[in-house]
Write a protein that binds this ligand. Sequence first.
Ligand code: ZN
Length: 130
Amino acid sequence: MLIAATGLAPMKSDPSSGLSLLRGLTRKCPSCGVGKLFASYLKPRDSCEHCQESFAGLNADDGPAWLTVGAVTIISVSLLFILESSGGYSYTVEMLIVLPTTIALALLLLPLTKGFFIAALWLLSRKPNT
Ligand SMILES: [Zn+2]
């Protein structure tokens, strides 16, 4: 009502930091949460297809890979420890379980961590409200 009376365009509300990071983790635009963050498996879009927010210059570099390696290592080593301590499996069976699990986890987590890093970089690149 006030906006219509003053003739000013409504201001775009900024999402909270946690919400933006969650949106990045789900591979959505950290600004609107509607547009897709990636054009393909790991290739980020230049801008959001919904709100036109630019993602240019948000290069996550090796951060997502390091985070993925850390998480996958913790999970895979824990799984290997559980299998080994149960004592019921041969080394071949353990490797047939742990190796595909490790590869699948890495492929699953890498786009998620990359989305998270891009959302974090997007948050850091924004100018603080004054
Ligand atoms: Zn968007």
